[in-house]
Design a protein around this ligand. Structure first.
Ligand code: PMP
Length: 410
């Protein structure tokens, strides 16, 4: 392991707090949102203290410095995923990024009546509902890859699903519930061979492993700053330059126009075309600080360290009678979100016992209702790990699950 977790935790003061019962906080909900290190908070504060102004406007020095900070953040994010600067569009979050693509593809006429949009049964609602809406608006049909009992994509219908009728394949890189890492490259190549565009939800992959858009093979990639040590309210849409150039705007107004007359307007090229209004400048600067923090750790090391925590959780939970992992058991194609059920104890009760012991997990359907239905469970308990978690915290999770079983007499 290339970084020292005890030292790293000093950057996250919130991890030193306790909960109402007096137990120390064990934060295992990074799949929902991550904590933010001092370096990110300082970067945002420093922006407001020294360079705050509306970007891309104003003839004064401060506006110039704010613009430099904002465009510098874009450059840092682009470098992180191996993209060109003008291929990085700042959005509010993953949800907005996916909506932007779905809306723009519809308006560009790239999806029409009789066409097919393909998703998967493991999608977060953010990468499902916008495609349902696009299908409804355009008269296209929505179809999807089902799942195997182990929580992997069932690729047996790939040839049928990815044929010349298919215009879009939208899939998650890494499931927020199952942890499954999907074979995006393979599917993207097949989708492209059929003439479809590929939209990847990277909300749970970009924060946790090296992702290079050149290697990924997709056309669009969406992710959220708040899931990768960055601020809330900033997300990213990466799109291939030539595709972005051919898409109409999602939101219109200031900052994205070239010439406006009373009855017509021309738009700036990407990325400005997709960033109407004064953008989230301090948040972009904070996201760049988060990216630099992750780069210092090294994304390969981040992934390797998370693997040790995930392996420990999978091994120890497997030893608890009545605990069932929902998702792949091995590490080869999964990440650090570990969902499980406990026979005889409702997930909300598991969550409550854990909460009393300071262990913060998420319970519910995790914004992926069809997935829960596929596995015949109303809800699961999900622990999700990140760079600041320790092996002892994994042990606290498992001890808490055993305590829940004792409490409920199972
Ligand atoms: N996709 C996945 C896989 C996610 O885990 C999440 C967040 N839970 C989202 C999309 C949505 O992210 P946001 O709420 O930041 O838009």
């Amino acid at each position: 392991m290339a970084f020292d977790v005890d030292t790293l935790r000093e950057d996250f003061p919130i991890l030193r707090r306790t909960v109402a019962s007096g137990a120390p906080l064990v934060y295992l909900d990074s799949g929902a949102t991550t904590q933010k290190p001092l370096q990110v908070l300082d970067a945002e504060r420093d922006f407001y203290l020294t360079r705050n102004a509306a970007v891309h406007r104003g003839a004064h020095q401060l506006a110039g410095e704010a613009t430099e900070a904002y465009e510098g953040a874009r450059h840092t994010v682009a470098r992180f995923i191996g993209a060109a600067d003008d291929e990085v569009v700042f959005t509010k979050n993953t949800t907005e990024a996916v909506n932007l693509v779905a809306y723009a593809l519809g308006h560009a006429g790239r999806v029409g009546p009789g066409d097919r949009i393909v998703v998967t049964e493991m999608e977060h609602h953010a990468n499902l509902v916008p495609w349902q809406q696009l299908a409804a608006r355009t008269g296209a049909t929505l179809d999807w890859f089902g799942l195997t009992d182990e929580g992997r994509l069932d690729l047996s219908r790939a040839a049928e699903l990815l044929d010349e009728r298919t215009k879009v394949l939208a899939l998650t890189h890494q499931s927020n519930v199952l942890g499954t890492l999907n074979p995006v490259r393979e599917l993207a190549d097949r989708a492209h061979a059929a003439g479809a565009l590929v939209v990847v939800d990277g909300a749970q992959s970009v924060p946790h492993r090296p992702v290079d858009v050149g290697e990924l093979g997709a056309d669009f990639l969406a992710f959220s700053g708040h899931k990768m040590l960055g601020p809330n309210g900033i997300g990213v849409l990466w799109g291939r330059a030539e595709l972005l150039a051919g898409l109409p705007p999602f939101l219109t107004g200031g900052s994205m126009i070239e010439i406006v007359e009373m009855d017509r307007t021309t738009f700036l090229p990407p990325p400005q075309r997709f960033e109407a209004g004064v953008p989230m400048t301090a948040q972009a600067v904070g996201l760049a600080a988060a990216v630099e923090y992750l780069e210092r750790l090294g994304m390969a090391q981040v992934a390797a360290y998370e693997d040790t925590l995930t392996a420990r959780a999978l091994d120890l939970l497997a030893e608890v009678p009545g605990v069932r992992i929902v998702g792949p058991r091995g590490l080869t194609d999964r990440g650090s979100a570990v969902s499980f059920t406990v026979d005889g104890v409702h997930p909300h009760d598991v969550g409550q016992v854990l909460d009393e012991r300071g262990v913060a997990v998420r319970v519910g359907h995790h914004c992926a209702r069809p997935l829960a239905r596929r596995f015949g469970v109303p809800a699961t308990t999900r622990a999700s790990f990140y760079v600041y978690n320790t092996p002892e915290e994994v042990d606290a999770l498992v001890a808490g699950v055993r305590a829940a079983q004792r409490y409920f007499g199972v």
